[in-house]
Design a protein around this ligand. Sequence first.
Ligand SMILES: [Zn+2]
Length: 309
Amino acid sequence: MPLVDSKGMLVFALNNRFAVGAFNAYNLEMAQGIVEAAEEEDAPVIVQISQGALEYASEQCYAGFVRALAEAASVPVACHLDHGVTFEVVIRCLRAGFTSLMFDGSALPLEENIRVTRELVRIAHAAGVPLEGEIGKIPDAAKGPLTPEERRKFLTTPEEAVQFVEGTGVDALAVAVGSAHRMRVQAADLDIERIALLREKVGLPLVLHGASGVRDASLKEAILAGIAKVNFATELNKAFTSGLREKLAQDPDVVDVRKYGVLARDRVKEVVKEKINILGAARRGREVLSFISNFYSGRVSADMPGAIE
Ligand SMILES: [Zn+2]
């Protein structure tokens, strides 16, 4: 089916207490593994491309192959820009055909973050594309461990979240609730009370970044409390690279790119399938499709419970 945007799938997930997996792809093989996993698990899925990935291949290139994969799939697939940090990159991805966008202005002063995000929301909505904003700062584990005080300083406060959502009109909100980017081990526990409070105050799908480092039990609690989109990148990178290493070590004379590409792709697929099940998104693909078609024909509003049988 054609690419869908992320708005309907996230509203449905929030109302039905599961989360949609958003998986970072850097190349065709990773995107194939992600979409194949979603198809096998009958799950809605978001393939996301980070601003950093655009230094590796162009936005047209990514939008082109994600669209082709979506069109051949029977589950809803969205193509999302992850952490666009400039106004220009968000517009470039919108023009290239991405169906979901993120502007990350969390490094800016709050007023400036609100101003730029609001402008981008206006443009994205004019083109029928939803936009995710970020408030609070999701730390980078690769820069060294944080003290508990530092970690607290990064967290999203309900007051700022309300101010940000009211001031921008974003469709989903990335929140800092205890996870960190680029964690290689699953050791973090999330601030569940804060998530529940944020959900109550802003009423939007909340997005968890840096989920590769979060313990599964904590992740499940966070989803019940209001997280509706969960991003995974590090674990997929690890899976792809270990598949590649293994094949090259086993067969040092291999020259056919496809032989190691297939193994690396299958490793990504295995991880994505496992995550889809942890998020509760397995066997929700068809329900999401039915919800999306009613949602966009105006028969269901974002405020209504999404359970349509
Ligand atoms: Zn992130």
